[in-house]
Ligand binder design. Structure first.
Ligand code: NDP
Ligand code: MG
Length: 385
């Protein structure tokens, strides 16, 4: 049995990971579950999967979990310290990194340090701390198997040892506002932005998908995962989300990964890799597809994508600052403090004030992240609606 730690167990990726576990009885042993505020769901998950340890990172939720938990054998820990301690104390074969945002960075680095293989959904970790992740991975030899659907697709299409990879074609649905006029985007409400046409995901990534910042973060993620430079990562808008990404080779061959818009497919591939296993989930029906379309992205209408490319090329600490600022911008938009088009404006404003430096350590990264968030808050105060 493969022993799993699932971080972000109560979220969209976490709950779908548990559905994959359900589909393979006897194959996975859920040893550790971590969630933040949703103690009710964590309790239900703990009852069903009988992990050795549960970590509740949010203090009030931890207190409620402790009150309601009736299993005396269950080890219950709190906070990020609890997550790190649990990873040290409870041996696992793989950690599913599905916390949202920069919170995922520290446990990811810890897992790599301990030599634990990663099924990594949390793209913010690679965007912010790519260089630290690379170092930790090289030291321990732990593997990172991508869960993000595009990166799982690329991972599956890349031929090991191939010397003539031309470029990565990273597909994007284009989000809910693909066909909107730019001026209408200034009026977008959180409710409108939270309706993704093809995927059902957590709130932060859904807003990122609407601004195309998500695709920008994925470009940076692809650069770190596959060591392909920015000139050879091309974003392609593909509204049907059937092709999850492609790889073009020098002989003119293009390998693509197709499938339903179902995150359980890349999650399962990461959990069972290097094996591919059958599952009972619905399959793609080509007779139901009206057609597959492809467009170049509109960088002018979606400035976040152009910004992420530029910041990725700058490298060093610039992507960490972009990520921290973006997290504040998305939260402020969801709270209706700033408008939709203020999100890329805020991120650009913060990035422009930053002088990129090499990231020396996790503590240094957190310092940079804090600076970015403080600057971003300053923008929010000045532009409050
Ligand atoms: P959700 O918002 O649905 O879930 C986030 C999870 O992280 C929850 O378990 C939440 O706990 C936990 N969490 C939130 N804040 C903190 C914190 N400060 N400290 C510790 N844990 C925290 O997000 P998704 O599942 O959609 O996304 C998770 C990650 O996967 C993101 O990085 C996203 O970019 C990436 N991803 C997601 C995809 C998707 O289809 N959903 C696709 C590709 C990548 P609680 O709910 O208990 O508060
Ligand atoms: Mg994706």
């Amino acid at each position: 049995m493969k022993r799993l730690a699932i971080l972000g167990a109560t979220g969209s990726i976490g709950t779908q990971t548990l559905q994959v576990v359900d589909a393979f009885p006897g194959r996975f042993d859920v040893v550790l579950l971590a969630g933040h505020s949703n103690w009710q769901l964590l309790l239900k998950q703990a009852e069903k999967y009988q992990p050795a340890c549960v970590v509740v990172t949010e203090p009030a939720a931890f207190a409620r979990f402790q009150q309601e938990n009736t299993d005396p054998k269950l080890v219950v820990l709190s906070g990020m310290e609890g997550v790190l301690k649990a990873l040290e104390q409870f041996p696992v074969d793989m950690m599913v990194g599905a916390m949202s945002g920069a919170a995922g960075i520290e446990p990811t680095l810890k897992a790599l340090e301990l030599g634990i293989d990663l099924a990594l959904a949390n793209k913010e970790t690679l965007v912010s701390g790519g260089s630290l992740v690379r170092k930790a991975q090289q030291k321990s030899g732990a593997k990172i198997i991508p869960v993000d659907s595009e990166h799982s697709a690329i991972f599956q299409c890349i031929e090991p040892g191939s010397s003539c990879l031309n470029k990565i074609l990273l597909t994007a649905s284009g989000g809910p506002f693909r066909t909107w006029e730019k001026k209408a985007l200034y009026q977008v409400t959180p409710q409108q932005a939270l309706k993704h046409p093809n995927w059902s995901m957590g709130r932060k990534i859904t807003i990122d998908s609407a601004t195309l910042m998500n695709k920008g973060l994925e470009v940076i993620e692809a650069n770190w995962l596959f060591d392909v430079d920015y000139d050879h990562i091309q974003v392609l808008v593909h509204p049907q989300s059937v092709i999850h990404s492609m790889v073009e080779y020098g002989d003119g061959s293009v390998l693509a990964h197709l499938g339903r818009a179902d995150m359980r497919i890349p999650i399962q591939y990461a959990l069972t890799w290097p094996e591919r296993q059958g599952n009972p989930f619905p399959k793609l029906d080509f007779t139901q597809l009206a057609g597959l379309e492809f467009y170049a992205p509109d960088f002018e209408k979606f400035p976040a994508l152009a910004l992420a490319y530029a910041v990725g090329r700058t490298g060093k600490s610039a992507p960490a600052v972009l990520n921290g600022a973006n997290e504040v911008a998305v939260a402020a938009f969801l709270q209706e403090q700033i408008g939709f088009m203020d999100i890329p404006a805020l991120v650009q404003w913060v990035v422009e004030q930053h002088i990129p430096v090499e990231i020396e350590s996790f503590a240094h990264l957190m310092e940079l992240d804090r600076w970015a968030r403080q600057k971003a808050q300053q923008f929010v105060q000045q532009h409050r609606q």
